[in-house]
Design a protein around this ligand. Structure first.
Ligand SMILES: [Zn+2]
Length: 832
């Protein structure tokens, strides 16, 4: 008998279910099992290549995966770290982690697979030259070639052209790299080190999936066409419907889309390789007949499909076992055959499990554990269809097997309890690409076998050895934590392996506007029982740190100790970091935890060095009270409170009732006018506030499909455009050097525009009423200058400012010039 391994991983490999957190490995309906059975007959694959999460054509992917039954994958060059987050405050790497999981949630619906490269999304770039100046082109090519050699696609489809109609520089770069990799993957002289594990691969043809994005139409009637608007009765949805569910997983980008029904044509342009006349797939034999000695196999699969009984799928188990034996016995050394054999044997094993109605799960009593900890695990098993199932053994973390030989009576629920010690070789859970600081444009991945994979493989797997109608099968399941929420119902979360203690500073950046001492706070949280240790803070900055308490003594897991420290700058004080560690009896731990929790993706967190940034920004300020209207979410308010401002968050009720004249300035958070339609109701009151002498500072809002402006903003009309300056070092010109925003109370110079991050700003003003005055002008290389980054007008006794400058990125990063400029806007004096 064969001893085989089936990897079944929670939250993946389940097609057509939504709501990731409430997802268990349920047995599938007969129609889905039948759909997957049909797939066993198809041996062809398609790789789709683009640059970001959301670039992929989910309609085409779901059609290819479920109508053509091709093995279909999307290779996104980046994880989308550089975009704006529409659902929360996470930016950069944390946003990339959200989008990685959104892509997996999307693939879970449309049935395609997901790959990445090590390139990171550093923000918008206007052309591929700008992109390749930051990405390491060689490493990127390496990763794309590796993906092709591993996946062996019959055809590759690009979303974008090399000629620039795709807009974003990353888009064009993705097409350039795809063309290059298409050739390079077949060339044994390129990246020969990959050939130790994988062979060269010659993809038959490369296509461009042309598009009509409204503003740009690259489709034309003479191009190759596929009608992807087909209805799939087994799934009960058209591919336009599946595509919308899949695309709507890109929630952090606001890509909820309507469901399309009826015929829908996709267009393609042939680019390279074997040319085609009518059909993308005319050079691909997608059936088993592409391989020798498979006649009987095909016959058996067709027979199994014909005999499939939707009421009794278990009747197909023996046929599937025979198909497995048949495929396994075919002797054909062709490496492509061997590639497909492995894939299809696994699919057949999963079908045997599904047809048997076998459900297996391993739950821990807590959602987290530390290495070496003893945890209680309950293992549950049930065979719900009538088969002869035996649970032969269960083994934990490569331990010796717990012998069973337990016959699983049909539909009887088995629950076994264990106390098991987690091996000390298990490491803290962390996204593998975030374990080390990224290189410029590129994530650092030290374990080469992880390159291209979407997320870490769970470390805590349990092995089930089963016999089903005499067929031996091994199933791996990772340990999960399951709870029941009174509102949401049953929730799943992966078992987290955490350090024994985590240390989080309350603020990521501590700003010193002068040499006064400051109190800072840290939260030390125990992730295990009976934690005893000593907290130590270190810094290379010229300052003294007095810890109010350094003894950590936490009895219970999850308990927290809030500790205060005073930072006393001396006269040579300059910017730097404070690092925190807790010294335990057997080890030193210095990690903080950032949790990311949304309903549409599994629970996430990032462990990183416990530190905070000290920034010395000598500045003068006027005023003390700021009213802050929270928009889509940003960290600007806590940064301003670092300077000593008192911040009041103004909600709808306060905007209605409060006397706004008490505030020296009212600041709106990013995209407030996109997310709060009630601002229309408060427009008159806000204008009265300005007229009476207040300062209203409006940070960027978008004006497009994702975020139309919902209310009037300023006292006079202006138009928000998509103009932006993405070069964070772009020269900034002062239009009127004597303007008070540039002079009072802090003199702004070109130095204040050094060390900015990612970009200068976005969504600049294009047209404006004559009453507005433009303060700054700037442009990206080879572009016309824009003067819409910061506009100002007097209104009555007060002042109004709209700014697209990306303060929401610069202030949390501790960029001194951004603080000084922001303070000047808050400090604008009353007009006579
Ligand atoms: Zn994109």
């Amino acid at each position: 008998m064969n001893r085989l391994i089936v990897y079944v991983i929670i939250s993946f490999g389940l097609i057509y279910s939504s709501a990731i957190k409430s997802q268990s490995l349920s047995n599938e309906s007969s129609s889905i099992v039948y759909q997957r059975l049909k797939k066993v007959n198809t041996v062809a694959s398609v790789l789709y290549i683009a640059a970001h999460p959301d670039d992929e054509n989910t309609r085409l992917l779901s059609y290819l995966a479920n109508e053509k039954n091709f093995k279909t994958a999307y290779l996104s060059l980046t994880r989308g770290d550089g975009g704006q987050n529409l659902i929360g405050k996470e930016q950069g790497e944390a946003l990339g982690l959200i989008r990685t999981n959104e892509l997996l949630a999307a693939r879970n619906i449309d049935g395609a697979e997901q790959f990445f490269t090590r390139s990171n999304d550093f923000g918008y770039s206007k052309n591929p030259d700008e992109t390749f100046a930051i990405w390491n082109r060689d490493s990127l090519l390496y990763d794309v070639v590796l993906a092709i050699r591993k996946f062996k696609p019959d055809i590759i489809i690009c979303r974008f052209p090399t000629t620039g109609e795709g807009g974003h520089g990353h888009h064009t770069a993705s097409a350039i790299i795809a063309e290059q990799a298409f050739k390079a993957a077949a060339d044994p002289t390129i990246f020969p080190d990959q050939l130790n594990k994988f062979e060269i691969w010659k993809t038959k043809s490369l296509f461009w999936n042309t598009f009509n994005f409204g503003t740009t139409n690259t489709t034309s009637p003479e191009q190759l066409q596929i009608d992807v608007g087909v209805f799939n009765p087994l799934i009960g949805k058209s591919y336009g419907e599946i595509a919308s569910e899949s695309r709507s997983m890109h929630k952090s980008q606001g890509f909820g889309t309507a469901k399309q029904r009826g015929s829908n044509i996709e267009y393609f342009k042939f680019l390279q390789g074997d040319s085609v006349k009518k059909n993308l797939f005319e050079n691909c034999n997608s059936s088993w007949s592409r391989f020798e000695k498979t006649e009987q196999l095909q016959q058996q699969i067709n027979e199994c499909l014909k005999k499939f009984n939707i009421d009794f799928p278990s009747q197909s188990v023996n046929d599937l076992i025979q198909i497995h034996h048949q495929l396994n016995a075919i002797e054909n050394n062709n490496s492509l055959f061997q590639h497909w054999k492995k894939i299809k044997l696994k699919e057949i094993e999963e079908l045997i499990l599904s047809c048997s109605g076998i459900w297996l799960e391993a739950n821990s009593a807590n959602y987290s554990a530390v290495t070496g900890e003893e945890i209680s695990i309950s293992v549950q098993a049930i065979a719900r269809n009538s088969v002869n199932a035996i649970l032969k053994s269960i083994s934990f973390f490569n331990d010796s097997d717990s012998l069973f030989m337990m016959n699983l009576t049909t539909n009887k629920f088995y629950n076994f309890k264990y106390l098991k010690k987690l091996p000390t070789t298990i490491q803290n859970t962390n996204p593998y690409w975030l374990n080390k600081s990224p290189l410029q444009g590129m994530y650092h991945v030290s374990n080469e076998s992880l390159i291209g994979t979407p997320v870490n493989d769970p470390q805590t797997k349990i092995k089930f050895d089963l016999s089903i109608n005499g067929f031996n099968l091994t199933v791996f399941k990772s340990i999960i934590y399951k709870s029941t929420d009174p509102v949401k119902g049953e929730l799943y979360r992966p078992l987290e392996i955490l350090p024994p203690v985590t240390i989080n500073f309350n603020e990521k950046v501590i700003v010193f506007p002068d040499l006064q001492s400051k109190s800072i706070k840290l939260i030390v949280k125990s992730q295990t029982k009976n934690l005893k240790g000593i907290l130590r803070l270190t810094t290379k900055s010229s300052c003294k740190i007095i810890l109010k308490d350094s003894v950590i003594n936490l009895l219970e897991k999850g308990e927290e100790q809030v500790i205060e420290a005073i930072v006393i700058p001396d006269k040579n004080f300059s910017s730097g970091n404070i690092e925190a560690i807790v010294q335990l009896s057997n080890q030193t731990v210095g990690l903080s935890i950032q949790r990311i929790e949304y309903d549409h993706i599994p629970y996430q967190f990032i462990l990183s060095n416990a530190q905070t940034k000290l920034v010395f920004i000598p500045l003068k300020k006027v005023g003390t009270k700021i009213g802050y209207i929270i928009g889509a979410g940003d960290d600007v308010a806590p940064c301003l409170s670092q300077l000593g401002y008192q911040i009041t968050f103004l909600n709808d009720e306060q905007l209605t009732k409060d006397n706004l004249n008490q505030y020296d300035a009212i600041v709106t958070g990013v995209r407030a006018y996109n997310t709060i339609d009630r601002l229309q109701a408060h427009y008159t009151k806000l204008m009265e506030y300005v007229k009476n002498g207040g300062n209203l500072i409006v940070q960027y809002n978008t004006n497009n499909r994702i975020g139309p402006v919902l209310a009037k903003i300023g006292p006079y009309p202006f138009t928000i455009s998509r103009d932006r300056v993405t070069d964070e070092n772009a020269k900034v010109n002062f239009i009127n050097t004597s303007h008070q925003i540039l002079n009072s109370p802090n003199k702004i110079t070109s130095d204040d525009f050094t060390n900015w991050i990612q970009e200068r700003g976005i969504y600049f003003v294009s047209e404006r009423d004559v009453n507005y005055e433009a303060i700054l002008s700037m442009n990206d290389p080879n572009e016309k200058a824009s003067d819409g980054s910061l506009i100002y007008t007097k209104y009555g006794k007060g002042n109004f400012v709209y700014t697209g400058l990306s303060f929401f990125r610069q202030l949390p990063a501790g960029v001194p010039g951004a603080y000084r400029l922001f303070v000047n806007m808050i400090s604008l004096p009353k007009n006579k």
